[in-house]
Design a protein around this ligand. Structure first.
Ligand code: EPU
Length: 418
């Protein structure tokens, strides 16, 4: 097993180039299922989840090739199987994004149910209900979602909850449906907008992506396209926080600052003086950090995917910070590990109360999900002595070369085998 070792206490300085967004890359790859032509995708991040999705697509019969310029070409002319196996789905819930496209193009899909995951139960009932409304017959048997349909029919669908992959799955399905689909209470995340842009490039008729109502007029077929995925706003936020927690200053480059407005506002509130222009953001905490409260919410609210990292930061701020997690019921597991480093954190249901500043001391830590792992690495940057974060595979799922990028910013960090 591999772990990450960090020797804390060195302020990070410099700039870091941000990779393409994992959560835009995964649905974009699934969009290849919708067309017999090929899709050329640029700026897919070099992360494990992208490789797992490539494996899922190959299993279904796609050819996935990497070009010299790093672009990935995906081509699914004939389906080998319409079954997405548990072996792949269990390591990556986003495999469920194959369901809508498989049904829309092939009229048949069998996708293993993702089951529970570390951050909560995360059901897919809203995906299933919406596809049923569009005419799919869906049953749950032996841990699989078995779905069949003739041509899907457009429908008006109101999501009970804002669901990102649910919106993406149904939006993809609706592109090839008969008639018009209207998604109400749709997710407004930039990743949804990016997918809509890609689908439009393939010939889909979509309007309203980025608002809470998306309208899709079905067409009879989609063609190939070339697309560059958006920058990873969560990776960018993680490095901005890395700079601040270490007492230094980091500039994240090749980002879309408007995707990070909620974080930038919070950084202003904590006294980090964020600066931004064009395609970069910089923050520094020369004057010290003040506590601030956050409340996670669907976009444009504060992202749940930055909650763990922000909690680590608040251990170094003056005052009491209240962190409310509203999206996932079990996304505070990093708190217990941060406490082992000396953080003062009390958990009351979906609220965490963090008292800062505290001196953190290096420890052996173990994280149970991607963003929790990131928050422990951040804490290690400011802790006294050595921190070892175990189970690096969580980080590898979603951060491209995190160790190399942090080393370039001056961190004493390395991967070790044990
Ligand atoms: N929900 C349901 N039923 C459904 C779908 C969702 O009850 O059918 C609930 C979930 O349990 C959760 C809430 O609705 O409480 C929102 O979940 P959502 O469906 O939006 O999450 P997701 O689509 O599974 C994506 C990201 C996550 C990110 C969330 C929230 C991808 C591949 N994943 O997940 O990213 O946390 O949206 O923004 O886009 C990560 O990158 O670390 C990560 C977990």
């Amino acid at each position: 097993m591999e772990a990450i070792e960090i020797l804390g206490g060195r302020p990070l300085r410099g700039s870091v180039s941000i990779s393409g967004a994992k959560n835009a890359a995964l649905p974009a790859m699934c969009a290849a299922i919708l067309t017999p032509a090929s899709l050329l995708l640029h700026r897919l991040p070099q992360v494990r989840d992208v490789e797992t999705m490539a494996e899922v697509l190959r299993f279904l019969g796609a050819v996935v090739e990497t070009r010299e310029d790093g672009g990935r070409e995906i081509h699914l002319s004939t389906l080998s199987t319409h079954r997405t196996p548990y072996r792949l789905v269990k390591t990556m819930r986003a495999s469920v994004l194959t369901l809508g496209p498989l049904l829309a193009r092939f009229g048949q899909a069998q996708v293993s149910l993702p089951g529970g995951c570390a951050i909560g139960s995360r059901p897919i009932d809203l995906h299933i209900e919406a596809l049923r409304r569009m005419g799919a017959q869906i049953s749950l048997e032996h841990g699989f979602v078995n779905a069949r349909c003739g041509r899907l029919r457009g429908a008006e669908i109101t999501f009970d909850l804002v669901t990102v992959t649910g919106t993406e799955n149904v939006m993809m399905a609706a592109t090839l449906a008969e008639g018009t689909t209207v998604l109400i209470n749709a997710a407004r995340e930039p990743e949804v907008v990016d997918l809509a842009k890609l689908l439009a490039g393939m010939g889909a008729r979509i309007s309203g992506a980025g608002s809470d109502t998306i309208r899709i007029e079905g067409v009879s077929g989609l063609h190939g396209a070339e697309h560059t995925v958006i920058p990873d706003r969560i990776e960018a936020g993680t490095y901005l926080i890395a700079g601040l927690i270490s007492g230094g200053s980091v500039r994240v480059e090749q980002v879309y600052p408007h995707h990070l407005r909620a974080l930038i506002d919070k950084l202003r509130e904590v006294g980090a003086e964020p600066k931004t222009d064009g395609n970069w953001i910089e923050a520094s905490a020369a004057g010290g950090l003040q506590a601030a409260d956050i409340h996670t919410a669907p976009y444009p609210g504060f992202p749940t995917d930055l909650q763990a990292q922000f909690m680590a930061l608040m251990t170094q701020a003056n005052g009491t910070s209240i962190i409310t997690e509203t999206i996932f019921e079990n996304r505070f597991m990093h708190a217990a590990e941060l406490k082992r480093m000396g953080a003062k954190i009390g958990i009351e249901g979906s609220r965490a109360v963090v008292q800062g500043p505290t001196r953190l001391s290096g420890a052996k830590l173990m994280a149970t999900d991607l963003r929790a792992s990131a928050s422990l690495v951040l804490a290690g940057l400011v802790a006294e002595g050595e921190t070892v974060v175990d189970r690096v595979y969580h980080l590898d799922r979603g951060y491209a070369d995190m160790v190399g990028k942090l080393q370039n910013l001056g961190a004493r960090i390395s991967r070790v085998r044990h």
